[in-house]
Design a binder for this molecule. Structure first.
Ligand code: GMT
Length: 375
């Protein structure tokens, strides 16, 4: 198949999933065309059967708000026509599903077909999408997509709860290629935990919804009982506030801010515990990636996270904002080497249930179904 993929090229989970999906599809022999405004961060150069088309928006001074969706729609039309796309898969509803629908209409007026699939990832429904100024366009584009998927049951439920949507939404969870994730690197461990401390880690885009302050509070409590360090990977609007919090709490010696990284897996795999404190994650890809590195996860029981992390096996769940419980869960996992090893194995076993080899065929089957019903 010749498949177009539209996504955000940034560090956000939806862009990562879209890129990994495209690369996995190409590996199976499909031809994949990424259409977005910058090279996706996980898209390595020189991949056979993978192409990247940049959407360039004019900075004409008349525009206070450059019309990205229109340029994107035109680019989709162009790529569909000249690369012969069979279908388009857009990740994150806003504005990609609307651009896809417009491109589909333009192509139809020229006698060509381009079915499109929309994958909902989370904030397109739960944060941005709930804004009443977006509701009519999101509802419309979900209804008009040839198929719609959500990354968790929780997101599917939220979509029906917040939008007057009637059509079927299929849940296809996110995935990882467990084979590609490394094992712990003793040298890296020594770099950050020279005295054999336990290593806790958190990765996010430091937006408010991630509640990174809770990560620091959990760490503060763990450190009181167990020599440990915390690695914070990523950057975003909350980073300055969190740095200030750490300075005020005299935690800086034990917390390392590593900033944005394109390949954090080696560091991740060298840690003992991943801490995820978000208000709500509709999936929690970062948690799944940690588990693929054999790192258990301490997190909340909100949103889609309980669909990924199993309490007592691959990690531990507790109520949102309950930093005392999260810290005691962390201590229970960390304070005994045998228990930690059991959780590590549990985390990896769980990650294997989301292996690309299990999930990719579900997308391929969906593509087939959409193509057959569009004929
Ligand atoms: O919240 C983020 O970090 C970014 C956001 C995105 O759209 O890229 O992530 C969402 O999609 C990911 C991939 O499906 C999910 O793993 C995240 O849970 C989801 N974020 C939220 O629901 C807050």
């Amino acid at each position: 198949m010749r498949i177009g993929i539209v996504c955000y090229p940034t560090f956000g989970g939806s862009g990562v999933v879209a890129t990994e999906l495209g690369m996995a599809l190409a590996h199976k022999g499909h031809t994949v065309h990424f259409i977005t405004y910058d090279r996706p961060v996980r898209l390595r150069d020189h991949r056979d059967k993978v192409f990247y088309h940049e959407v360039r928006v004019s900075d004409y001074p008349l525009f206070d708000y450059p019309p990205y969706e229109l340029v994107l729609s035109s680019k989709i039309v162009d790529v569909a026509k000249y690369e012969g796309l069979d279908l388009l898969h857009v990740h994150y509803a806003i504005p990609h599903a609307n651009a896809a629908w417009m491109a589909q209409q333009i192509l139809a007026s020229q006698g060509a077909r381009l079915p499109f699939i929309t994958t909902l990832h989370g904030t397109d429904i739960t944060l941005v999408g709930k804004d009443p100024s977006f509701e009519p366009v999101i509802t419309f584009s979900i209804e008009r997509s040839n198929a719609v998927t959500a990354v968790s049951e929780s997101l599917k439920r939220d979509t029906y709860a917040h939008f007057p949507v009637q059509r079927e939404i299929e849940v296809i969870p996110n995935f990882v290629c467990t084979r590609d994730y490394p094992r712990a690197d003793p040298e890296l461990r020594r770099r950050y935990a020279a005295k054999g401390e336990h290593l806790l880690v958190h990765i996010s885009n430091f937006r408010k919804v991630k509640r990174v302050g809770d990560v620091v509070e959990v760490f503060r409590r763990v450190r009181e009982k167990l020599p440990s360090k915390l690695l914070l990977i990523g950057d975003g609007p909350e980073r300055q506030r969190i740095e200030t919090l750490c300075r005020a709490g005299e935690l800086c010696g034990d917390i390392v801010f590593l900033g944005k990284m394109t390949e954090p897996e080696k560091i991740l795999a060298s840690c003992d515990l991943f801490v995820l404190t978000s208000e709500s994650e509709r999936f929690g890809l970062a948690a799944l990636e940690a588990m693929a590195c054999r790192v258990p996860v301490v997190t909340n029981d909100t949103g889609g996270t309980p669909e990924v992390v199993e309490h007592g096996k691959s990690g531990a769940l507790s109520g949102l904002g309950d930093v005392d419980k999260m810290a005691s869960n962390a201590l229970e996992i960390l304070s005994d080497a045998e228990i930690l090893e059991r959780y590590r194995e549990g985390a990896f076993a769980r990650a294997r249930q989301f292996d690309v080899e299990r999930i990719l065929p579900r997308y391929e089957e969906l593509y087939d179904r959409v193509l057959r019903s569009d004929q």
